[in-house]
Ligand binder design. Structure first.
Ligand code: CIR
Length: 253
């Protein structure tokens, strides 16, 4: 899918109050803003026009906009995020997507986070995780099936979301951590496997012809270079402290 737009949200001062399992310490707000600005610039460099929403008061994880919606060429599915503290993020994302797509809502008891959803061609992998349940996955699957897409549920036993571990790096190649490499659903795709000490780099973002990867993962970089795509490395240290990475900072469509 070729992208022309992205929606992002500037992190708010309260970002350190978001959910995290990381032991890397509290994020430095000024540094996070610099990293966010570099991210927006990288999306521009990939040819996208980027909407930057203002921070959402009371929602310290709201800059991880990817979790609030799944945008396909045909529609925008507004999620019901799995974490209670994030459910109120969705109305403002729906409003931002309204001009671009027909809006569909995931309803409780279904829950789903966009970080669990990987679209590759016309196929969706939907991770079943602590945030995404079977009802949520089915609601999304039904919505996209109506437009001729297919989907597969994939249990997520490691990492926060499916895309914490598996991402598309070309139309037929997945970048994956070792825990997913032998998963039968992924057979049929070429796979590049990140080494155990570089697992965080599994969250690499394909935007049109470019790959945007987190800085500081030389082994993964070398593997990705074999694809012949331009690579942009970005420092994501402050978002990593809050269990976030490159894919979660934008909705691309
Ligand atoms: C959370 O736990 O919801 C946030 N602190 C991190 C969300 C990261 N989202 C993503 O990878 N799609």
């Amino acid at each position: 899918m070729s992208f022309t737009h992205a929606i992002t949200r500037r992190p708010g001062k309260e970002m350190a109050a978001g959910i995290t399992t990381s032991t890397l310490g509290s994020p430095d707000y000024a540094k996070a803003l610099d990293q966010f600005n570099a991210y927006v610039k990288a999306l521009n460099q990939c040819g996208l026009s980027v909407t930057v929403l203002d921070p959402l008061d009371g929602y310290p994880d709201a800059h991880f906009v990817e979790d609030a919606a799944v945008v396909t060429p045909d529609l925008a599915v507004i999620t019901n995020p799995g974490a209670a503290s994030r459910k109120g993020e969705v109305p403002s994302i729906a409003a931002a997507l309204q001009p671009f797509r027909k809006i569909v809502w995931v309803k409780p008891p279904g829950t789903i986070d966009g970080g669990d959803v990987l679209m590759i061609g016309r196929h969706f992998f939907i991770g079943l995780s602590d945030r995404t349940n079977e009802q949520g996955a089915r609601q999304l699957g039904d919505a996209v099936s109506g437009f001729g897409c297919t989907w597969t549920p994939v249990p997520v036993a490691a990492g926060l979301h499916f895309k914490s571990s598996v991402n598309a790096v070309s139309t037929d190649t997945l970048l994956t951590t070792q825990s997913f490499v032998d998963h039968p659903s992924l057979a049929g795709f070429h796979r590049i496997v990140v080494s155990p000490q570089e697992e965080y780099a599994g969250n690499t973002l394909l935007v049109n012809s470019h790959l945007i990867m987190p800085a500081g993962f030389p082994d993964t970089r070398k593997k990705l270079e074999t694809l012949g795509r331009p690579i942009i490395e970005l420092d994501t240290s402050e978002f990593r402290k809050m269990d976030g990475g490159l894919t979660c900072l934008s909705l691309r469509f």
